[in-house]
Every structure is written in C-alpha cells, then in structure tokens.
Design a protein around this ligand. Structure first.
Ligand SMILES: [Zn+2]
Length: 523
C-alpha cells in the first residue's frame, strides 16, 4: 500500500515539512546602466550539495535573520517591508559581496572586503556594521516585484519577497563560497533561452522574473511582475521545471514526510499525463482545470500513463478519464495492468524500450524503462535529448523509497538504480514526490551507497547472531524514529531476501536468518 517511509528521517525536513513557510528575500540584480531593451541580470547556480534546490539556477537570497528588523531603512514606513529589504541587502552582500547601501560609494574595495569579513565572521551584525560605517539602506533602491510561496510539496517552504536592485557602479558581484557555486551576468533573454533549451533548471518565480525582464525595462515593469496571482503569494500549481515537463503536485495519502504526489504533464503540443494521483475531489478538479487550460492553449492529450500500481499514484485516473469523456487511453506496464484489473482499465501495455514520441516544439521522445524493485511493473521514462528522467517512486525528491516485499524486491531495485545511473546525459530527475533533482548522479549514487551500507550492517548483524528482522532493525536502524520501525522491518526483510538469493544468509523455519558461513561451521 504505502510507497514511502521516513526511514531516513531528516530532522530538519521533518521539522519544516508542512509547517508555515519561512520569510525570505531574493534580489534580482540588474547590471549598472544596463541596456534597457536587453537588460542583464546576475544569476547563479546553487551548490549541488544543498538539500533545498541544489543545482538549480536562482537569484541570490535567503532566510530572514533576527537582526534584520534592526537595520535602518529610510523611506519605508512599513516594518515588514523594511525587514525584508534589510534581509535582501544582507543576503546580497553575504553571497555576492555587493553592498547596496547609501554611503557605500565612499568605501574602497579593501574596506568593503573587511566589512564583509566582519559580517561573515560574526564579529558584527549587519545593522551594527552599517551604523558603524555611517551607512543606511534606502527603500528606493529596492523595487518590490512580488512575493512567492514555495508549493507545499516541498520539504522546505519559503515566503520569498523579490526585489529588483541595480548593482552600484564600481561594485562587482563575486560568488562567495557557500550556497552558490558559480554565477554570471547574463541578459535575461539569454538566461531564459538557456532554460528553453533545457540547459538549466529553475523554479517558477525565477522563470517569471527572466521572462518579465527579457521584455525590457519598460515603465510598466513592476506591474508586469505583479500581473499574476502567484506573485502575490498564491501557491503555484503548475511547475514547469523544463519546457514541456510540467509538474503538478496533488495532495495524496502518501507517507510522511511527503504529502503530495507529482503528476507530470509532459509534452509541448502532444502531451501525456503521468500519474493523476489524487483521490481527493478538489485536487482532481484542480488537475482537470489545468488540463483544460492546456487543451485550450492547443495541446492535445495523447494518453494517461502510470508509473506503477500504488494508490497514491493512480487515485485520480478514473475521474480524469471521466472528465475527458473517456477519450484517452490509459497505458501502463503489463504487471501494473494485471494488478489494477477491475479497478482501472489499462488500454495499452508499455514494455521496456518502448518509445513515446510527442510532437511539438520542442518534440519530446520518452523511452520507457522497466525498473522493478519498488513495484514489479514500475516504469521510468527517459528523454535523452534533454536528459530528463521521470523516476516515479524509484527516486524521489523528499523522504526515501520503501522496498516492501513481495511487491518490492531489493535485488531488482538495486539493478534498476544501476541502469539509471549509467544513462548517458542525465541532467534532471523528476521524482514522484518533492522537487526535481538537479544533481542526478550524486543522488543516484547516494541512494546506492545508502542501501549498500544498510545491507552491510544487516549482514553483520546476522553474522553476530541477530536472527529476526525486528532485532536487526533495533540494531541497525538506530538513526530512525521508533515510529518508523515497522516500515524499516519491511526494508530489512527485502535486504535479507536479497542476501539469501546471493548466498550470504539462509532462512530458517522460524522466519529468522543465519549467515551461510555460520551454517557451514555448524555442520
Ligand atoms: Zn509507490
């Protein structure tokens, strides 16, 4: 039944999952005296190591600090706005070394460096540093261009205020080691084109910012920024991580820390809908109206495609079919179709290697990969040109994957991960839960390594004479909350079955396991 476990409980993720979004600010930095008809902005790639949106392209920014409220901001009577301006200015200084403060033009480069050092080393807070050097912020230097909420499918959520800021003359942004890995000036148009070519991945507010600025620094610039409800804190439903890869998270009865399953709508003209997942009516209506909008824009629904049989992936198939008047086919692996027989009608079987060609600009070509392990009939879909991989429940962006025998099989799962690992040109993983993963190899290798460590520890426990799965859980899963131990036991059984197949352990009559070595010694 269940698809995910919180086997690998990340305290931070658990703490912030589903909680109130944290206040944050981001800066869209415009080049000084940039060409108003083709403006240049500074954007950066986030470090691949970051748990939140690692490898994504973004604007500098971050979470509000307790001291931000103390920063002097002139021409701003509203405390919240002043605090967020202070946050934006501080983050910009910390991440790029650019100080947008009145009076900063008097400082030499060396002084700026030592100021930054005072801040980074914690010797001085941002407000006291400004005060000490007789500097202050002016709200006129920070043009408010919207406030975006991270959708609730994400393990971490922010309420981010965006400010458009012109880089002061003579100051040069410089990516400082930390959250950002590299950055550059780019015309907003070129940056947007890079996204269109699927070379970068970014979240909706960044894309909206690039698109808006690409049209030029017109008088109605701020209005254009604020012309959509998402720029006023309305949650974004459609997340187009890559052109033609729309992620539409829907609320499902999945396992924590995940609360949503990602439905993917793939294609720029002809489209397939992967995993219409939600059993909840209001979520089904939201998805249906997104699909209707796409149809109104000229897209054609080819098929509904299922990654696998679990209820938190197929809960909305029949209502969506009904909404589309039964006019589209449902496709899935034969094993998935057999398991769903009687509840969902599958019209077409998808086998390993089958290709779904989707006409459009750009055209997309999805190759099906039969990747059992989490479920027998599990399918992934690989788009080789862009390097995008729909991973279903094999690799997810939040929580971890449960291998629950007999549907789950650890040996198959490890082989499936290995097949995914060696795909050429892999750039993004579109998992069934949480945000897309922009460091695919790192993620897959982490998954494999994590399982291998568990397996080694489980084998060691058996060799030490711990025989029953529950005992093995108590010894090996010390990093896991006791609440998750029942699920961990399923994973242990999956590992033991793998070890048995490979000849390392044998199962005795009582459901316990002993190591092969010990069995031979006893004979
Ligand atoms: Zn599943």
């Amino acid at each position: 039944m269940n698809t995910h476990s919180d086997l690998k409980i990340d305290a931070k993720i658990t703490a912030s999952s589903g909680s109130t979004p944290k206040d944050a600010a981001a800066v869209i930095l415009l080049k000084h005296d940039t060409d108003a008809s083709n403006p240049e902005i500074f954007w950066a790639r986030r470090s691949e190591k970051l748990a939140f949106l690692g490898g994504y392209h973004a604007f500098p920014g971050g979470q509000v600090d307790a001291s931000d409220i103390e920063t002097r901001v002139d021409n701003c009577s509203d405390v919240s706005t002043a605090t967020m301006i202070a946050c934006a200015a501080r983050e910009l200084f910390e991440e790029l070394g650019v100080l947008v403060a009145r009076g900063a033009e008097r400082l030499t480069k060396g002084q700026l460096v030592s100021l930054l050092d005072d801040l980074e080393s914690g010797r001085m807070s941002f407000p006291s540093l400004l005060e000490h050097f007789e500097l202050y912020l002016d709200a006129n230097d920070f043009k408010y261009v919207g406030r975006w909420l991270t959708p609730s499918f994400s393990p971490r959520r922010f309420d981010t205020w965006f400010f458009l800021v012109e880089c002061p003359r003579k100051q040069v942004p410089n990516v400082i080691d930390g959250e950002l890995e590299s950055g550059e000036w780019s015309s907003a148009r070129d940056a947007f084109e890079r996204w269109r070519r699927s070379e970068v991945i970014c979240v909706p507010p960044i894309l909206h910012g690039l698109k808006t600025i690409a049209t030029g620094l017109t008088d109605d610039l701020a209005e254009r920024f604020l012309s959509i409800p998402q720029a006023h804190g309305e949650p974004t439903r459609c997340i187009e991580f890559h052109p033609g890869f729309i992620c539409f998270p829907v609320r499902t009865n999945t396992l924590p820390p995940a609360t949503h399953t990602n439905c993917y709508i793939v294609g720029t003209r002809e489209v397939i809908i992967i995993d219409p997942a939600s059993p909840f009516e209001e979520e089904q209506i939201a998805l249906a109206s997104c699909v209707d909008e796409l149809i109104a824009e000229g897209r054609v629904i080819r098929e509904i495609v299922l990654t696998h049989l679990h209820p938190d992936h197929v809960g909305g198939v029949n209502p969506l079919l009904a909404h589309l008047n039964g006019s589209v086919a449902v496709a899935a692996h034969r094993l998935t179709a057999e398991a769903l027989d009687g509840s969902i009608r599958v019209d077409r079987f998808v086998e390993d290697g089958d290709v779904i060609d989707l006409d459009g600009d750009p055209a997309l070509s999805l190759r099906a990969m039969h990747t059992p392990g989490h479920a027998r009939g599990h399918l992934c879909f690989y788009e080789e040109r862009t390097g995008g991989l729909i991973t279903g429940d094999n690799i997810v962006g939040i929580g971890s994957v449960l291998i629950n025998p007999p549907e789950g099989n650890m040996r198959d799962y490890m082989q499936s991960l290995e097949r995914l690992r060696v795909l050429p040109n892999l750039t993004v993983l579109f998992g069934a839960h949480g945000p897309a993963t922009a460091n695919p190899l790192g993620k897959i290798e982490e998954y494999i390594a994590h399982r291998l460590v568990r397996e080694a520890n489980i084998l060691a426990a058996v060799q030490d004479g711990v025989s029953l799965p529950a005992g093995i859980v108590a010894r090996v899963y010390t990093d896991v909350h006791p609440k998750a131990h029942a699920m961990a036991e399923r994973a242990v059984i999956a590992h033991l079955e793998k070890l048995e197949t490979e000849g390392f352990v044998v199962c005795d009559q009582d459901g316990g396991y002993i190591s092969k070595r010990k069995q031979q010694e006893n004979k």
